[in-house]
Ligand binder design. Structure first.
Ligand code: PEP
Length: 251
């Protein structure tokens, strides 16, 4: 089980360290539970320092697909690895919506992450009108297939998928446990088709979309929900701590 906090474009040099220290205090000792935080890139090294000695892992929110070079403003996988990052969130709906991220771009970034040893948390999810039209599986299948096209996955923990229905992100509206379970089982079947059952049965598929201390336990108890990607509720150490403890109850 993986509980990951997506801090998005929040906090600053000081408050990111305070938040990380607060989360370290909330951390539980459970070998089958991994906790990660994904601060904004300029704050990674301060947060890395604050997490030292804890089991909490570090992640980032984006990479570029080249190793290095004349790409002003971009961040490489190698830079993140050198700061101690394990994870990188890729294809988040906010990047798709506001920054023109395409399925092809996500695929190039996933390739770069996997080949450098960074674990991509690949975000997929339908919009409300697509769900209303009954097209949610079609949309998610395309996103998953595109993101993973040509990717070699040798171990289940080399990638993470996050199912994040766009209508549930930052809206306070969550998928019901049944809706989440259904989509997660479907995503697992797509992974099985591409990579076989050994990978599919163990790959972490996270739910994201207004997960909070009151709905976490029910969502996380679904058999195909292997954790959460948490935005708003990861910005308060006590709320994030409650979600960590809910995960601990169900692993
Ligand atoms: C997210 O941005 O990945 C997310 C799930 O946000 P929130 O928890 O705020 O809906």
């Amino acid at each position: 089980m993986l509980i990951a906090g997506n801090w998005k474009m929040n906090t600053d040099a000081r408050s990111s360290v305070e938040l990380a220290q607060g989360i370290v205090r909330e951390m539980v000792d459970s070998p089958s539970l991994t906790v990660a935080v994904c601060p904004p890139s300029p704050l990674l090294s301060g947060v890395a320092e604050a997490l030292k000695g804890s089991r909490i892992r570090l992640g980032a929110q984006n990479i570029y697909w080249a190793d290095a070079g004349a790409f002003t403003g971009e961040i490489s996988a190698q830079m993140l690895l050198s700061l101690g990052c394990h994870y990188v969130i890729l294809g988040h709906s906010e990047r798709r919506q506001h920054f023109g991220e395409t399925d092809g771009g996500v695929n190039s970034k996933v390739k770069q992450a996997v080949s450098t040893g960074l674990i991509p948390i690949i975000c997929v999810g339908e919009q409300l009108n697509q769900r209303k039209a009954g097209k949610e599986q079609e949309v998610v299948a395309l996103q998953v297939r595109f993101a993973l096209e040509g990717i070699q996955v040798k171990a289940p923990n080399a990638i993470v998928i996050a199912y994040e229905p766009v209508w549930a992100i930052g809206t306070g509206e969550t998928a019901t446990p049944d809706q989440a379970q259904q989509m997660h089982a479907f995503i697992r079947s797509l992974i099985r088709q591409q990579f076989g059952n050994t990978i599919a049965s163990k790959v972490n598929i996270l739910y994201g979309g207004s997960m909070n201390p009151s709905n976490a336990e029910e969502l996380l108890s679904q058999p195909d929900v292997n954790g959460g990607l948490i935005g708003g509720a990861s910005l308060k150490a006590d709320a994030f701590g409650k979600i960590i403890r809910a995960a601990q109850l169900v692993v």
